[in-house]
Design a protein around this ligand. Structure first.
Ligand code: IMP
Ligand code: MG
Length: 218
């Protein structure tokens, strides 16, 4: 039987051991901001605060996909309260590092949060467009209360007047990836949050065919 033809990059990727690929992906990181233990320690503190604040109410968590996946999963397992969980998918970046300002909801229906105590979870508060749009949409369903919880908040002037009630870490205005955060859907599986190398950002933003480290090093 003749071997099926595969594009050269795919062929190369298949031939490199998985741990080698992981190391190549890590080489795209300029520096690590928060490693796994630091993130988990902070999540312990945040979860304790949220648990105390909602001990007398049933919490309804609305997680914004996809970036909040790791954060949601690790945080919620630390909150020993009965709670409801729903997710919303929104797109605002369209693959670039600058937000477009248009927040597109992938679901047509908004979760039914009438009279509920809602906690919105997102990975990062940047310009504020996403959280402002999500908050506004949920407010239309008349919840009893709404709070916002983010893993990261960039210290910068925001395009929208929105703030978070619970913040894991405040960071400088740099593009970060890992622990759920992506650049063009990649790097989400890094177990830490790190700053992506600037030259890589510039190269990838100008040429979509330049993939991550794999393409460059193989
Ligand atoms: P905002 O609407 O500009 O506040 O951006 C919110 C969304 O943009 C987040 O949920 C992330 O998905 C994405 N985002 C903003 N800054 C970063 C970053 O530094 N790295 C990765 N994604 C980011
Ligand atoms: Mg994203």
């Amino acid at each position: 039987m003749s071997a099926a033809w595969r594009p050269p990059l795919l062929e190369a990727l298949i031939c490199v051991p998985a741990d080698g690929l992981f190391r190549l992906m890590q080489s795209d990181i300029e520096r690590v901001l928060f490693d796994g233990p630091a993130i988990h320690k902070r999540l312990d503190e945040m979860a304790a605060q949220i648990t105390a604040d909602y001990s007398d109410r049933e919490l309804t968590v609305i997680a914004i996909l996809t970036g909040s996946l790791m954060f949601m999963s690790d945080l919620l397992r630390r909150i020993p309260l009965p709670l409801r969980l729903d997710c919303l998918s929104v797109v605002s970046y369209h693959g670039k590092t600058q937000t477009s300002g248009d927040v597109i909801f992938k679901e047509l229906a908004v979760p039914d949060v009438a009279d509920r105590d809602v906690l919105i979870l997102d990975d990062i508060l940047d310009t504020g467009y996403t959280l402002a749009a999500v908050r506004k949409k949920l407010e239309m369903a008349k919840p009893r209360s709404i709070r916002v919880c983010v893993l990261l908040s960039k210290r910068k002037h925001r395009a929208r007047d929105v703030d978070a009630d619970y913040i894991g870490f405040a960071i400088d205005d740099e593009f970060v990836v890992g622990y759920g955060l992506d650049f063009m859907e990649r790097y989400r599986n890094l177990p830490y949050v790190g700053v992506l190398r600037k030259e890589l950002l510039e190269r990838m933003a100008s040429d979509d065919s330049v993939m991550l480290s794999q393409a460059k090093h193989l």
